[in-house]
Design a protein around this ligand. Sequence first.
Ligand code: LLP
Length: 403
Amino acid sequence: MDYYKLANEYQTPFYIYDFDKIKERFDKLKNAFKARKSQIFYAVKANSNLSVLKFLASLDSGFDCVSAGEIYRALKAGAKNYKIIFSGVGKSIEEIEFALNKNILYINIESEAEMFLIEQIASKMQRSARISIRVNPNVDAKTHPYISTGLHENKFGVDIESAKRMYIYAKKSSFLEPVGVHFHIGSQILDISSIQEASKIVSQLLRELIALNINLKFFDIGGGLGVCYKDEQEPNLYEYAQGILASLQGLDVCIGMEPGRFLVANAGEFVTKVLYEKCNGEKRFVIVDGAMNDLLRPSLYKAYHEIELLSDNIKGNLSLCDIVGGVCESGDFLAQNRKLAPTKTGDLIIVKGAGAYGFSMSSNYNTRNRVCELAKENDKIRIIRKRESYADQVALEVEYLKD
Ligand code: LLP
């Protein structure tokens, strides 16, 4: 790929996603579960660009949404309402009404209070709401604490005993129809034994529910599959699937999966341009035109992203540097302590593994325009989101007029 040509045509910084790679990952995951009924619900939050969603919908993906906004996006991208599910600890009345009006597949409930509210709203609408309960199995996903969600100390889901009580209640309600059970214990999980342990615990609940004549169709194992950013060993999908299937022996359910990162992280790159180099005493900085507002993961989680320097004339020895943006925060870096050859203004730096939680977590901090997004498919490149303008940024603000 000629990054310089792209940089000339679209300016920098930009994100670029390889749709062929997304398809490869989608097929791989789907195949691992081919022995059973399964449905992938792509976690929209990872990368919610409409073209990415539309492409995934064309592969028959469903969508896991965590806000009415994400449901809106999925529908706009052409998703079928019966392939959309809605998760999240803090759904508002308006969002629940929106989801019920759109008649999505089911809502993943995260508290008893939320269940009562959904029941009330559904009763007002004179209809029944399909629900699933997110169980918090109290299993340690052994990942970054900010993205661990399956322990009782995390805010997500309800404990097994509460879930059971809630299913019994829901089964009796005229306005709730329990159709599934859900868990998601964290993100960037490399040791899948924790997901398998959670699956065992939750499948036991499923068996107890069957004994109570509560029959669920969906066993939703969430997302969380870790990917390789540096030298991590990605989980073996065959073992992953076997572990889940083993816990479901004798149960006739459709396995729901909510992968985000697994499908898109390594299909995306963030491309930024070198502006300056400088040394503060011994410390070397390479200052680029991309920053933490464009790609927050390094600043927020100290996440590692592979860096590649593209230069038409690399001269000199490698030395350690931080690659930093122009935002007024010391925590604004894309990479720290990396060995890089001397750079010059106009060189390009490719930040790898940026397809998930990259653009979707970007902001306008420091009144910086959000960057443009490109897609590559069959060697053809197209723009899928234009670069913002300053006018876009102020468009919703209301002029202050003194009384
Ligand atoms: N399902 C639920 C209910 C979730 O909360 C998440 C992610 C997923 C699925 C998708 O997880 P994945 O397959 O992508 O691991 N911003 C962080 C990641 C936050 C994940 C939040 N929940 C990061 O940049 O690492």
